[in-house]
Design a protein. Structure first.
Lengths: 484, 630
């Protein structure tokens, strides 16, 4: 029941937004997203940290085809639903200083996005998962298309087709596995899991799924849609994409690929791992030479998620848990840092790092909050980023020490590009324009303080995250290792 | 009291928060006072715990705060280890820390942004205490990276100056290179021993054979971390640049405490290093190279703080030599005495700079002896301590290192002895140029000269006393006095070289060094004071070797040429031609190609009935032909 509530509150709110008074639609959207956050917290109090799916909802949808409307949460998915519900209010609040045209549609789309994302994370039926997966693409496409930057038409089209092409591969894979299910075919996740697939099948299926997820994550060399899209989207769109949507791909690896294809993983896992690790260092290097602040963050995000993918593919408990922690940490941090970029852009009318400087001179609170978020993203101990990165690199190290060493370069390179951009934006003599940089407004302050708070709490006390996801991940690894 | 050990780091953390939050509402005395009090109370608690540990000789005690990260069988608690090693470090950090906080009240009195300074300083102490208190490698790492952050913040304290913030950035990044090594070392420790807790790791390590490959790898990886934090070749170039920070910062972070973290870590891991003579010899080799190399650079620097910075690099090299030859107590001994005399020298330099209205170039100083009597006297004591004149503190620790190295390798002994001579030369050069001769600064500076206020001179005096008598905690066997430090540390040092140099050698070493020092003192006096030779101005042409030294062997330039610039160029190239070129183009071309194909396909359905009929006829004919053939 609670799953349905989590899913449908945003949907109803999304539709209601269209009818709401234009002036108050922001507040309404924020209010409903907070209600859902409340439901989420309630769900957590009921949740038992074991490996089972809980709050299951199961109705037949197309009975003849074995398609059911089956939803449920385990320790892995509940964390991602929580991330979604935590970030959506922040993302909405971050838009309070902006007056978007057609605000009703804008907020309606954000809430619709929330609905689809929760559906992705909660679906326990392959077909349903696919439906939500594609559904999530629609609102973000329109958000970027209608409220994006100059080159938005070309870029969003590329993004849309690119990810859609990947999804089709996944659909083929899903249908193939579905057709192998014994007896009356079914898309139920447990039945799909228990379907025997030959080693040869697993080999090509691996690529169907991996490419679909790798595009979304994105993993090198399938990342080229991302920097453009992040840069050209409105900030809230970028936050949705980087904060939550790319976790769909990572979640897909964990739930919709690894358990099906242990043998495929045995054959190709190493290749996928190498691509992920190359992406980590490659994207860090690309971030070094970016002049546009948003583009720099976009590349740094590719580096971070590459490491998360590597942690998952390492098939170690530390790597997996690191991935869970880092998915949440990255979601929070990247929303924070994109908001920082947005605040600067709206005041200074430029994101070019060479044209900024000296902002630390007249904005103490902003400087401190920026610094905390920066430290989170370069994984300084006692921030959430450290817990994630430490566990991830530890997991990768157990898989292969040299890969971990290479991926570990991100520890150094991350500091280089983040400190370089911090220096270019904040330090030095203030110049004419930066003197006009005004202090933070209340809503801006709230968003950044919440993010900074989450960074420190996550770094000091990651135990709830580790404990929630632990049993489910251990169980998953045990199943995969059985076949290995 | 041991169970209250968590208060020791907590107090500076509270100080950081209070001063940080109240910020501009505080005046210098208040912000400095709160910060100093926080560290002072930590010092008092540390002293009580030190007393308990010394008295009871108790078993090391673990204070567990909470379960921090656990995943699979990896379990990391936020916990502290109170043993004989950590209590010594506590005393040094909080003791010297208190004095430097106090000093800063005077030094920073003209600074607008003093609350930011004091809050960072307290935050530094907090992380430094975590570093020495951590009972596992991860908590130590928290402190390790945390002090790096504070170092970054304080080097770049005057952030309007882009050179300063570059220096800060450089320090952080070079440290991160080391940190990566340390982190990989920790992963290997976990893989090898299944734990990251000091106790468990050392107990299981004790059963391993010598030169086990994993242990050697661990030691070398940890040492990479130490190279970064403790400024050893090749990761030392950040430390001289770090002098951009306010002088108390140089004294506290870049001389007395943070930079010795690498030595602390190796002493802490002495069980592992004792198992790996291979790794240890590399430590000794890097240490001695750094000690010598940095000392030669020190000869030609004209910035008072830069001389001291290279001297710090060189002295840290001494400590690594001691670690490399297995004399762990001796290394720690030098950490302690060095903390006293180097903090003293830096604070003395700060007092000089303060009096000189910010001037740091010794070519503009001279004859400061009369106007700065306390500073002068204490600086002299610091100088005598660092050059190793008996009975000042540096003598005992340096003498012990030399004696241990003699037993290990006479060649290394010779190099280290030459380094000691170089040390004496650059230190006396600095001393004479600063305090004797004629005043070479501007009129304005001359009129402004004054002795520093009591908050600054008091710490100088205390440190001067410590630099004078601090060496008595470790007297050589020759004097038949107990070596307090060795005895105190014996429970935490797994195995160390017990070989002692002969008494004859000790006596010889001592007398030769006294004679040599006297000669150097006289020679430098006659050169810089009697003959009034002063260092060349930047515009003057230097002979090639002097030029090489003045330019620090061009190491920064070499690093820029082989690492920084190529990396930037390569990244820019890859971005342009691979990322935006190859990869993105391929994607776009795929799209265009598909578009093109579908464009062609679309022409088939162009609505032209004639074309349809034509295609139909062709089709029918083809079918007919095919059936006839088959």
């Amino acid at each position: 029941m609670i799953t349905l509530l989590l899913l449908f509150v945003p949907l109803v709110a999304s539709l209601a937004c269209l009818l709401f008074d234009k002036a108050k639609v922001k507040v309404f959207a924020l209010g409903t997203s907070l209600i859902n956050l409340g439901v989420m917290i309630y769900a957590f109090t009921l949740f038992k940290s074991d490996m089972s799916y809980q709050f299951i909802v199961d109705y037949w949808w197309v009975k003849d085809l074995g398609i059911s409307f089956k939803l449920g949460l385990d320790g892995i998915s509940i964390l991602l639903v929580a991330l979604t519900n935590f970030l959506i209010p922040l993302i909405i609040l971050s838009s309070f200083r902006i007056d978007y045209k057609n605000a009703n549609a804008f907020y309606s789309l954000i809430l619709f996005m929330q609905f689809a994302l929760i559906g992705v994370f909660a679906a326990l039926d392959g077909f349903l998962f696919y439906i939500f997966w594609e559904l999530a693409l629609i609102p973000i496409y329109f958000i970027c298309l209608f409220w994006g930057g100059e080159d938005r038409v070309r870029i969003t089209l590329k993004f849309f087709i690119y990810t859609l092409a990947g999804s089709l591969l996944m659909l083929i894979g899903l249908i193939y596995i579905y057709l192998q299910t014994p007896g009356v075919h079914s898309f139920d996740i447990n039945i799909l899991y228990s379907t025997a697939l030959s080693s040869a099948d697993q080999s090509w299926l691996f690529w169907c799924f991996f490419i679909a997820f790798a595009i979304k994550i994105p993993i090198f060399p399938l990342h080229s849609w991302q920097a453009d899209t992040y840069t050209d989207s409105p900030t809230q769109g970028t936050m949705l994409l980087s904060g939550i949507m790319l976790k769909m791909g990572l979640y897909g690896l964990i739930r919709w690929m690894i358990p099906f294809l242990p043998e495929g993983l045995a054959q190709w896992g190493n290749t996928a791992m190498i691509l992920s690790i190359i992406g980590v260092v490659y994207a860090s290097c690309m971030a070094l030479v970016q002049k546009d602040f948003k583009r720099l963050i976009a590349y740094s995000s590719v580096a971070h998620v590459g490491l998360i993918a590597a942690g998952i593919l390492s098939l170690t408990i530390q790597g997996m848990q690191g991935a869970m922690v880092q998915m949440l940490a990255h979601g929070v941090n990247v929303v924070g840092i994109f908001f920082i970029a947005d605040i600067i852009f709206r005041r200074m009318k430029t994101r070019n790092l060479d044209e900024l400087g000296g902002l630390a001179n007249n904005t103490r609170v902003f400087t401190i909050l920026y610094l905390i978020i920066l430290l989170g993203s370069i994984a300084l101990p006692l921030t959430n980023g450290f817990v994630g990165e430490f566990l991830l690199l530890n997991g990768v190290y157990q898989y292969d020490a040299w890969m971990a060493t290479f991926a570990g370069l991100t520890v150094v390179l991350g500091a280089v590009y983040m400190l370089r951009s911090y220096q270019k934006v904040m330090l030095g003599e203030p110049h004419a324009r930066s003197i006009e940089f005004t202090g933070l407004h209340l809503t801006e302050k709230i968003v950044l303080v919440v993010v900074a708070f989450a960074i420190i709490v996550g770094g000091l006390y990651p135990k709830p995250i580790l404990q929630t996801a632990g049993p489910a991940l251990e169980d998953l690894l045990a199943q995969v290792k059985d076949v290995y | 009291m041991v169970q209250f050990a968590w208060l020791i780091p907590l107090l500076p953390l509270l100080g950081f928060i209070i001063v940080g939050v109240l910020n501009k509402r505080l005046n210098v005395a208040m912000s400095g006072g709160i910060a100093s009090a926080a560290v002072l109370f930590s010092f008092i608690i540390s002293a009580i715990i030190f007393g308990e540990v010394a008295r009871e000789g108790s078993i090391p005690e673990r204070v567990v705060l909470y379960d921090w990260i656990s995943s699979g069988n990896l379990s990391i608690s936020f916990s502290f280890l109170i043993d004989r090693l950590s209590v010594i470090m506590l005393m040094v950090v909080t003791g010297v820390g208190t004095l430097i906080h106090l000093y800063s009240i005077g030094y920073m009195s003209h600074e607008q942004d003093h609350p930011r300074f004091f809050s960072y300083l307290n935050l530094f102490i907090f992380f430094m205490l975590l570093l020495v208190l951590g009972s596992n490698y991860i908590v130590m790492f928290v402190g390790w990276e945390g002090v790096g952050l504070c170092s970054y913040l304080l080097i770049g304290f005057w952030f309007k100056n882009i050179d300063y913030s570059n220096a800060a950035k450089k320090a952080f990044i070079m440290n991160r290179i080391g940190d990566l090594g340390l982190l990989l070392g920790v992963f290997l420790i976990y893989m090898t021993f299944g734990s990251v807790n000091f106790n468990e790791v050392f107990i299981s390590a004790a059963n391993l054979p010598q030169n086990n490959a994993a242990v050697t790898a661990i030691c070398l990886l940890l040492f990479v971390g130490a190279m970064g934090k403790s400024a050893q070749i090749p990761l030392y170039t950040w430390l001289p640049d770090a002098m951009a920070g306010p002088t108390p910062v140089s004294a506290l972070i870049h001389a007395a405490t943070m930079v010795t973290a690498g030595i602390y870590m190796i002493v802490r891991s002495n069980v592992l290093y004792a198992l790996s003579p291979d790794a240890s010899s590399i430590v000794a080799f890097v240490g001695i190279t750094t000690a010598f190399f940095a000392a030669t650079i020190g000869l030609k620097q004209n910035d008072i703080k830069k001389v001291l910075a290279y001297s710090t690099v060189s002295q840290l090299g001494y400590m690594f030599v001691a670690l490399g030859v297995g004399a762990y107590q001796t290394a720690l001994f030098h950490v302690i005495t060095h903390a006293f005399f180097k903090a003293l020298l830096f604070l003395g330099a700060g007092s000089v700079i303060h009096a000189m209205s910010g001037e740091q170039d010794v070519r503009r100083m001279g004859a400061l002896k009369k106007v700065l009597p306390i500073t002068h006297l204490t600086f002299l004591i610091g100088t005598l301590a660092i050059v190793g004149l008996p009975p000042f503190a540096g003598f005992f620790s340096k003498d012990e290192i030399l004696a241990k190295v003699w037993m290990y390798s006479p060649i290394m002994f010779v190099i280290l002895a030459i380094t000691s001579v170089l040390t004496a030369v650059y230190m006396f050069r600095l001393y004479w140029l600063t305090f004797y001769g004629e005043f070479r600064g501007s009129e304005h500076q001359k009129n402004h000269l004054h002795e520093s206020p009591v908050t600054m001179t008091l710490p100088l005096i205390v440190l001067a006393v410590l630099s004078s008598v601090g060496g008595f905690i470790g007297m050589p066997e020759l004097f038949h006095a107990p070596h307090f430090l060795n005895e105190f540390l014996s429970p935490v040092i797994f195995k160390s070289s017990h070989e002692e140099a002969s008494h004859t050698f000790e006596i010889l070493l001592m007398s030769v060094s006294v004679i040599l020092l006297a000669i150097i003192m006289y020679a430098t006096y006659s050169y810089y004071v009697t003959k009034k030779v002063k260092p060349e101005e930047d515009s003057e042409e230097l002979d090639s070797f002097a030029k090489l030294l003045t330019n620090k062997y061009y190491v920064d330039e070499i690093y820029a040429a082989i690492i920084t610039k190529p990396l930037d160029k390569l990244a820019a190239f890859v971005y342009k031609y691979i990322d935006q070129g190859l990869i993105d183009k391929t994607v776009n071309n795929t799209g265009t190609a598909l578009n093109g194909i579908s464009g062609q396909l679309r022409k088939l359905q162009n609505g032209n009935i004639g074309a349809y009929i034509f295609a139909m006829v062709i089709g029918i004919i083809t079918i007919l032909v095919l059936t006839m053939i088959i």
